[in-house]
Ligand binder design. Structure first.
Ligand SMILES: Cc1cc2nc3c(=O)[nH]c(=O)nc-3n(C[C@H](O)[C@H](O)[C@H](O)COP(=O)(O)O)c2cc1C
Ligand SMILES: [Mn+2]
Length: 480
């Protein structure tokens, strides 16, 4: 049974011993971060803080913070199981060009049952707050000592494309400026930012709704790197095998997830921007202050029993790592649509997802590793990847010792590097300029003559099965 709301997910976590309630008063400024960070680093449970200083609302954190809890959130045994479902969905389609396939994928009749359902009366509107410093009631965390202020860290930001009229749901952190306004940190390559640029160019006010909480699949879907104009709520419905219920926002022409815990309603005026940050980010460094739009709040609706969801990011591993690992597995079939030779992909946590991709391929012709490197540098959010290393298919990318062994032994830097430049992730601090800098691809596959290898590639050492078997059988006899 899919979870209809956050409360049901919390009950399930509690049943399975995956949640701990903290009854004593805790400070949302830094104290919760230190507690949650210790839990993240030691494989601890989700935490429900029932008594957060200055707020009547309980705060949930680390609910997605392990493979097990992320699997529970998506109601699967493994993320690969969802990847396989997506793969079989792709295969149900008639042959077509890659882009047609991608577009058609989300209009298939197999998905018709998972289309969002509009309802009239919704739990997220049981209470309505309008006027006064509305945000002050929420237990918004100040995460790290040098942060620019408190930040809403698990928001589902809802905007509408003024041309296609489709809604986007993206997770972008929001700095609380005062009781009525926040920053809106959508990076240049995200759908929310794309929408905002259109409103700004046309001098139009942009309606924005922000949902907090609700079913875990809805929260996860806002983090998923879906192609533009593909509805995250249809994706969430498909993930949980039940449609997401939406209700019209009280004061906006936007639909919001009906089971949300809170919904902030408001707008962004064209060019109404200010400095946001710094923020202790998921790279393990502070991302610098920069100019972003200001979200002005006109009303907040909520459930009667609303729980405030939060996360903290910082040096990996943190809660967001498990959300991103789910994405790595679920989206592998989509990457194969564009580069079918890809066998596997591993985004090491230390590379914080945008800095490093390890890829294995079934290599069949000269230059194929380079082809895959260039394909990934042109593919959605993968386009901002800084380092890509490509290996032959017979390697386990999660066996980092073997990965390093191949990388260090198979590569001639004079021949096997692809040095390039292009857009980088907004959080890369090593580049000379924001969002743009150098990139490196490494071909760590076996090289052929056509690829400039002037000698025969050596065979890898492997003992014969017959001798291995004989030694295993005689092992006791040796007397070790
Ligand atoms: C906890 C968390 C915080 C995030 N914060 C931001 C952020 O502040 N800005 C941003 O552009 N992306 C952020 N992301 C990544 C986006 O949610 C992700 O790229 C998503 O695909 C964006 O949706 P979109 O493709 O519809 O724009 C965050 C992800 C997580 C899990
Ligand atoms: Mn999107």
């Amino acid at each position: 049974m899919p979870y209809n709301n956050l409360g049901q997910f919390i009950s399930r976590l509690e049943e399975l011993g995956e949640l701990f309630r903290v009854a004593v008063e805790v400070d949302p400024a830094l104290e919760i971060t230190e507690i949650a960070d210790r839990m993240s680093k030691t494989g601890g449970p989700a935490l429900l803080f029932e008594n957060v200083k200055g707020s009547p609302h309980p705060l949930l954190i680390n609910a997605f913070g392990s493979f097990r809890r992320m699997e529970l959130a998506l109601e699967c045994e493994s993320f690969d199981e969802i990847g396989a479902r997506l793969e079989s969905l792709i295969k149900t389609q008639p042959p077509a060009g890659v882009m047609d396939k991608l577009r058609m994928l989300f209009t298939l009749k197999e998905l018709a049952g998972f289309m969002p359902k509009k309802i009239k009366k919704a739990p997220c509107q049981e209470r309505v707050l309008a006027g006064g410093p509305m945000l002050d009631a929420l237990p918004i965390l100040t995460c790290w000592p040098h942060d620019g202020g408190p930040f809403i860290t698990l928001p589902i930001v809802i905007t509408r494309d003024p041309d296609s009229k489709t809604q986007n749901y993206g997770m972008y952190r929001m700095q609380k400026f005062d009781g009525l306004s926040t920053g809106m940190h959508w990076q240049y390559n995200k759908d929310g930012a794309r929408h905002y640029r259109k409103y700004k160019e046309r001098g139009l006010r942009m309606e924005v709704a922000v949902a907090l909480g609700g079913p875990p699949a809805v929260t996860y879907a806002a983090t998923a790197p879906l192609p533009p104009d593909i509805d995250e709520m249809l994706f969430a419905g498909w993930l949980r095998s039940a449609p997401v219920e939406l209700v019209k926002a009280k004061t906006l022409d936007l639909m919001v997830p009906a089971e949300s815990d809170f919904v902030l309603e408001g707008y962004i005026d064209p060019g109404d921007e200010r400095i946001e940050g710094p923020f202790g980010d998921h790279t393990g460094f502070y991302s610098p202050a920069d100019v972003y739009p200001i979200f002005r709040i006109t009303c907040i609706t909520s459930r009667r029993d609303a729980i405030y969801p939060a996360t903290i990011v910082g040096k990996p591993p943190m809660e967001d790592c498990y959300m991103a690992k789910a994405t790595e597995r679920i989206f592998l079939p989509l990457m194969r649509l564009i580069a079918p030779e890809i066998v596997d992909i591993e985004l090491p946590l230390e590379g914080v997802f945008h800095n490093c991709a390890l890829v294995s391929i079934k290599k069949e012709y000269a230059g194929q590793a380079r082809k895959v490197i260039h394909a990934l540098w042109g593919m959605g959010q993968m386009a901002s990847t800084k380092f890509i290393a490509v290996f032959d298919h017979d390697i386990d990318l999660r066996d980092y010792s073997t990965v390093l062994w191949k990388l260090l032994n198979n590569v001639d830097p004079g021949r096997d590097l692809v040095l390039s430049g292009g857009p980088l992730d907004a959080l890369d601090h090593s580049a000379s300029y924001a969002n743009y800098g150098g990139k490196m691809g490494v071909d760590a596959t076996r090289k052929t003559r056509e690829e400039g290898m002037g000698r025969d590639w050596p065979d890898e050492i492997r003992m014969s099965d017959e001798v291995k078997k004989r030694v295993s059988e005689r092992w006791k006899e040796y007397g070790f």
